[in-house]
Design a protein around this ligand. Structure first.
Ligand code: ZN
Ligand code: FE
Length: 258
């Protein structure tokens, strides 16, 4: 059994700590900033056993060098990206075996936000960096809309009860957009109230679940008639495939000022 702790970093990043229910070993996911990680490790008396990175952006890998300086542990990261601190490059189908936590995480290639972005999935948990956010998805910095669309479809196919650990606390802003696309989505309305309450108490809105994302996230709902209609109204044309709907909704969000 494992537990996952959140370490807030920068303005809205989360660094995730996966710890075993017994022992002090901890796996650090996407450490962009060292100080809050050091603080959490000291406070909870945890010892890093590995670091996992989802993609090369500085807010996800910036603290790796400093952390391995103190504690030389294996650093897993995307084989298709260049990250100098990664010691164990991994890609689609690889399994990361974390003995200290009796945990096995499978790697899924999910390009779109960056060209080599990966996710780690196992034991009912998904660490998906900046690809899937709660009620949203990452911007297309390096990949195409088609790639991102397929990456999100793969994540949406994971079991409904999968706990979704995203790289940023963007949920409330994402829900404002989601409710612009689908004003009548009652699940999204209810979720937004819950998220506002959590954030007011300075608690994370994450993890989410795949079931929830399928009911509130417009980027996973390109098949829903209401989403398609809204995307067509935005694009001023008929959209024939789910990924065309996705591309239009993504462009819409890029220009959306909530
Ligand atoms: Zn990023
Ligand atoms: Fe990020």
């Amino acid at each position: 059994m494992t537990a996952v702790l959140h370490v807030p970093a920068f303005k809205d990043n989360y660094i995730w700590l996966i710890r075993a229910s017994t022992g002090n070993g901890v796996v650090i996911v996407d450490p962009g900033e060292a100080a809050p990680v050091h603080e959490a490790l000291a406070r909870l008396r945890l010892t890093p056993v590995a670091i996992l990175c989802t993609h090369h952006h500085g807010d996800h890998v910036g603290a790796v060098a400093e952390l391995v300086d103190d504690n030389p542990v294996p650093v897993y990261g995307p084989a298709r990206e260049t990250i100098s601190t990664v010691t164990h490059p991994v890609g689609e189908g690889d399994v990361v075996v974390l003995h200290a936590l009796e945990l096995r995480l499978r790697v899924i290639d999910i390009p779109g936000h960056t060209a080599g972005h990966i996710a780690y999935y196992g034991a009912g948990m998904l660490f998906c960096g900046d690809t899937l956010f709660s009620a949203g998805c990452g911007r297309l910095f390096e990949g195409t809309a088609e790639q991102m669309c397929h990456s999100l479809q793969r994540l949406a196919a994971l079991p409904d009860d999968t706990q979704v650990y995203c790289g940023h606390e963007y949920t409330d802003a994402n829900l404002r957009f989601a409710l612009t696309v689908e004003p009548d989505n009652a699940d999204a309305q209810k979720y937004r109230e819950a998220v506002i309450d959590l954030r007011r108490r300075n608690l994370p809105s994450l993890p989410s679940t795949i079931a929830r994302e399928k009911s509130v996230n417009p980027f996973l709902r390109c098949r829903a008639p209401r989403v398609r209609a809204a995307a067509e109204a935005f694009a001023h044309r008929q959209l024939t495939t789910d990924c065309e709907v996705f591309a239009a909704v993504r462009r819409w969000k890029d220009s959306f000022i909530g």
